[in-house]
Design a protein around this ligand. Structure first.
Ligand code: SAH
Length: 571
């Protein structure tokens, strides 16, 4: 819950706006401000104070306890000009909340946390648990001091700046990336990859303490960190077993379950008869830990309660890291048509693969230290192969394309190369047909199709058959790749096929460089359009027989029945 506190009428107005925008997420604390802040601080995950930062600091000072448990605090000034992240920027979520408040109220977010300000990932922002001298190592990374990176394996992390290297003996400042328990020096921190799967078996009503104690002992004896446990795993029949469910929740990890058939199919070093009789598989702990592959670090061991028989078993497997491939559409050109998700993925990557001209479009967004693998036009297959190969090495890779990366672009050649040994994430982008449509008016108001006129990879007969089908079906058509210097007869030919089924007055929109600095567009007709004025930076949208020019805009009605308002029609 987010607590809202204000002192003045202006503050209360802004507070009520936020309360109205976020129903169920916020609680208004009324009454004397000091008491309101005290109550909210004790009860909420975060506070938004419509107060000056000075006043807020004085009110908060006696309440502060610990960075890891204090709520995040955001201040908004009376004039609603700024939202300021005051306290708990990372751990307390105040930086993220500041951005949200600024969005909701239309003011400027102010974030002063150093790591966010200079776009180096904060060690606590990488999505992995981190221990040791976190502040000191974070500071060294930021200050450009040499920092040694000691990783057991390559995990798909965002880029670190160039002063963080795996060269030997560079520095006494060290960032480890390992699931092993280490003796840390005064300037060492360790990131915990989520590498361990703990398979667990338990007989009915085994106590949580027994299950948890067994897991903790097994980890400790093997020199492994509990922070690296990714999940507990067991058999379906034990999905509700309180001891197992409780242990997962105390460790803060999910519980994955498998059918006994799935587990019986896994070959394990220590099968036994007891689970076979009870749940139908010769192994629960080892098999559940090994289902997804990996290295068995701790074979099955049993709990050792005093004075009675053991009720729990566990086994620990280290699974290999999986690389991550994000296929990211950058939109048609303008920065504000690049989605926030696309931006996040660019900053999530340590390797960027793309066409040089697209890389230029977003280079300023990349984290310092990102490896950029750019190539020229025509090297699609090679780019796709490179992106997949880098992901397979364990990197976090972003493969970029203009518009939507899945539309006449990189997603399909890349995924045709990829096997299931990497994780793939797609980020949609605004494709040229949509960017152009928004400029032209509403040409895509009814059924529409995109057709690429490039016969480089597709035989012309196939393209022509599709154009003819669209013509006969009276579908609005957007032509991509309409015409280049070497390919000049395809567009007139395609327009000719459409003209067999549509009048010369059919509106045609021509948009060049949509959303780029030299954007231009014009609305003409099938009878008048001169194909020679079209080039490869352009999309051409041809209306259907109902499309009209209205007030200089291209409009395709949603349907005749819609227009005439027949009752009961499908809308
Ligand atoms: N993946 C891209 C399309 C790549 S094919 C997308 O989703 O938009 C390349 C063709 O797309 C170009 O020849 C042109 O026809 C069209 N195109 C791409 N960006 C454009 C823009 N900003 N304005 C107009 N046409 C564009």
């Amino acid at each position: 819950m987010i607590g809202l506190i204000s002192a003045t009428a202006a503050g209360a107005t802004a507070r009520d706006r936020l309360a109205a925008a976020w129903p169920g997420r916020v609680q208004v604390y009324e009454g004397p401000v000091r008491e309101a802040v005290e109550r909210a601080f004790a009860e909420c995950d975060a506070l938004v104070c419509f107060l000056a930062t000075g006043a807020t600091v004085r009110l908060l000072a006696p309440l502060l306890a610990d960075k890891t448990s204090d709520p995040g605090v955001v201040c908004v000034d009376e004039g609603v000009r700024f939202a300021v992240s005051l306290l708990g920027g990372h751990g307390g979520g105040a930086n993220a909340l500041t951005e949200e408040v600024a969005d909701a109220l239309g003011c400027t977010p102010v974030v002063t946390t150093a790591t966010d300000a200079v776009s180096v990932p904060g060690l606590d922002m990488l999505g992995l648990p981190v221990e040791g001298a976190v502040a000191s190592v974070g500071r060294a990374i930021l200050d450009g001091e040499p920092v040694a990176l000691r990783a057991d394996a390559r995990w798909p992390l965002p880029a670190f700046p160039p002063n963080v290297t795996d060269a030997p003996d560079v520095s006494d400042v060290t960032l480890h990336l390992t699931d092993r328990v280490l003796e840390l020096g005064p300037r060492e921190a360790v990131l915990r990859p989520k590498s361990l799967v703990v398979g667990v078996g338990a007989s009915k009503d085994a106590p949580v303490e027994e299950v948890l104690g067994l897991i903790e002992d097994a980890l400790a004896d093997a020199g492994l960190s509990a922070l690296s446990v990714a999940e507990l795993a067991t058999v379906d029949a034990k999905a509700q077993e309180p001891g197992i469910v409780g242990a997962a929740s105390r460790l803060g990890v999910p519980l994955t379950t498998y059918t006994s058939q799935e587990l019986a199919a896994v070959s394990v070093p220590n099968p036994s008869d007891a689970p076979l009789a009870a749940v139908g598989t010769p192994s629960v702990a080892e098999a559940a830990a090994l289902v997804g592959g990996g290295e068995l670090l701790v074979p099955k061991r049993k709990s050792a309660p005093e004075g009675r028989a053991a009720m729990a078993t566990c086994a620990i497997v280290r699974r290999p890291p999986r690389g991550r491939l994000a296929v990211v559409g950058l939109g048609p050109g303008a920065r504000d048509l690049l989605t926030p998700r696309a931006k996040d993925e660019l900053r999530r990557a340590s390797v960027l693969v793309g066409l040089d001209q697209y890389v230029d479009q977003i280079r300023d967004l990349l984290r310092p230290g990102t490896t950029v693998l750019e190539s020229g036009l025509g090297a699609e297959e090679e780019r796709a192969r490179t992106a997949v190969a880098e992901a397979r090495k364990g990197h976090a890779v972003a493969l970029i394309g203009s518009g939507d990366a899945g539309v006449y672009a990189m997603a399909s050649p890349a995924l045709a190369e990829a096997a299931d040994d990497i994780d793939v994430v797609g980020v949609p982008g605004v494709t040229a047909a949509l960017a152009a449509a928004a400029i032209l008016g509403a040409p895509l108001g009814h059924d529409h199709v995109s057709i690429s006129l490039s016969d480089l990879h597709t035989p012309w007969e196939v393209i022509e058959r599709r154009v003819r089908a669209a013509a006969e079906a009276d579908i609005v058509v957007t032509f991509y790749n309409p015409r280049s210097r070497g390919r000049d007869w395809q567009l007139p030919k395609a327009l000719g096929i459409l003209a067999e089924h549509r009048t010369p007055h059919t509106p045609v929109g021509v948009v060049r460089n949509a959303s780029r600095p030299d954007e231009s567009s014009r609305l003409t007709t099938l009878g008048v359009l001169d194909p020679a004025t079209v080039d490869m930076m352009t999309v051409v949208t041809v209306g259907n027989t109902a499309t009209r020019e209205i007030a200089g805009r291209m409009v395709t009605p949603r349907g005749y029945r819609w227009q005439s308002g027949t009752p009961g029609e499908a809308k």
